[in-house]
Design a protein around this ligand. Structure first.
Ligand code: HEM
Length: 348
């Protein structure tokens, strides 16, 4: 039902807005300033997601409320609670429930606002909200309850912006750590864009930029673990896994396995040349999952990551200002850093 909103053709239409939103944010940057690029990318991707899915721009302060509530959902994954049975009321689980309620009430507000509006949405005619409202009317309320509609929107918000922000944050970090690659990236942008803002039509020619996105998704997969639960006893390659067991697919480990990748701990965008990806074994590269539950937002995410990198990299160089040489990773629901991603912003 929602798939048409995420098809490649439809997604291409979001490109201009992605670039404009990035340019607006760049107007707030000052030369020489140091900022936490992880948080800055979260602000930007939330703004873009909101506009592409809900059809209007965030009102002042609205982004902070949504971000705080959405971030609270990560507390489900606090290591101290993670292994305890679901009924144990740990502080992080309480925080999770409060955040979920807060996010739900924000979503109810959005739904009411949408229901009250008679005009089409300002940025796009068809949005996630209008599709869900349409489907709800068509199916009668028995098929798609208010709870389900709210649940879909909640999932979309949570799944859609922190993930893309993580990909962008780690891409800037990897570029700052690899000056020769950063230099080649800038040269590509200058040659392909010739000073004009990037558009969807430039994506094919921005080969290195696309490879940088792919290599970042390999080394720093924003969803670092895909959890599943067995519904029956299964035999996996000789291991007996009983029913009702949690099984975790550790993307971070798979993507850094030397059976599939030469020198897996090095950031080498150039490895994604020619047939490399097609020749990888199945499931050796699965940043968006696989098969039936593949991420619905993958086209949006890759277009967005490529256009945002290009728009920023055209005019700015980012320099790593962290105290440690290497960033420490904090695997919450999405991949995070322990001490933010401080970067100095320098105009090119
Ligand atoms: C770089 C960015 C992103 C990455 C790495 C990513 C990755 C993933 C992964 C690994 C899954 C789980 C698949 C599974 O369970 O097998 C998933 C599910 C999902 N993603 Fe994404 N995603 C990204 C961006 C987005 C965006 C932009 C949206 C929405 C606009 C989105 C919406 C969803 C939804 C709705 C699900 C399904 C959740 C569910 O099954 O309950 N994702 N994504």
């Amino acid at each position: 039902m929602l798939q048409p909103l995420f098809h490649r053709k439809q997604v291409a239409g979001y490109g201009d807005y992605m670039v404009e939103a990035t340019q607006r944010r760049l107007e707030t940057w000052s030369p020489g300033e140091t900022c936490d690029i992880e948080s800055e990318m979260q602000n930007l991707t939330l703004e873009i997601l909101f506009a592409t899915l809900f059809g209007r721009e965030l009102a002042p302060g609205e982004g902070n409320e949504l971000r705080a509530a959405s971030d609270g959902l990560n507390s489900w994954f606090a290591p101290t609670s993670w292994l305890l049975p679901n009924w144990v009321p740990t502080p992080s689980r309480r925080h999770f429930s409060e955040s979920k309620e807060q996010l739900r009430s924000e979503i109810r507000r959005l739904l009411t606002e949408h229901g009250e509006k008679s005009k089409p949405d300002s940025l796009h005619q068809e949005t996630l909200l209008s599709k869900l409202a349409e489907a709800r009317e068509a199916s009668g309320q028995d098929h798609l309850s208010t709870e389900e509609v709210e649940g879909q929107l909640l999932t979309m918000l949570f799944a859609g912006y922190e993930t893309t922000a993580a990909a962008l944050g780690f891409a800037w970090y990897a570029l700052a750590q690899n000056p020769e690659i950063q230099q080649a990236f800038h040269e590509e942008l200058d040659a392909v864009l010739d000073g004009e803002p990037p558009t969807h039509a430039d994506i094919t020619d921005l080969e290195l930029t696309r490879q940088i996105v792919t290599e970042t998704l390999r080394m720093y997969p924003p969803v670092h673990t895909i959890p599943r639960q067995t519904t029956r006893d299964v035999n996996v390659d000789g291991y007996q896994v009983p029913a009702d067991t949690q099984v975790h697919l550790p993307l971070l480990a798979i993507h850094r396995d030397e059976r599939f990748y030469d020198d897996p701990s090095s950031f080498r965008p150039g490895r994604w040349t020619g047939e490399f990806e097609d020749e990888l074994p199945d499931y050796a590269f699965i940043p968006f999952g696989g098969r039936r539950r593949t991420c619905i937002g993958r086209e949006i995410a890759t277009l967005e990551a490529t256009l945002v990198l290009a728009t920023i990299g055209q005019h700015w160089t980012l320099e790593w200002m962290g105290e440690e040489e290497e960033v420490s990773i904090e695997p919450e629901m999405t991949m995070k850093t322990q001490n933010e991603l401080p970067m100095q912003l320098r105009p090119r």
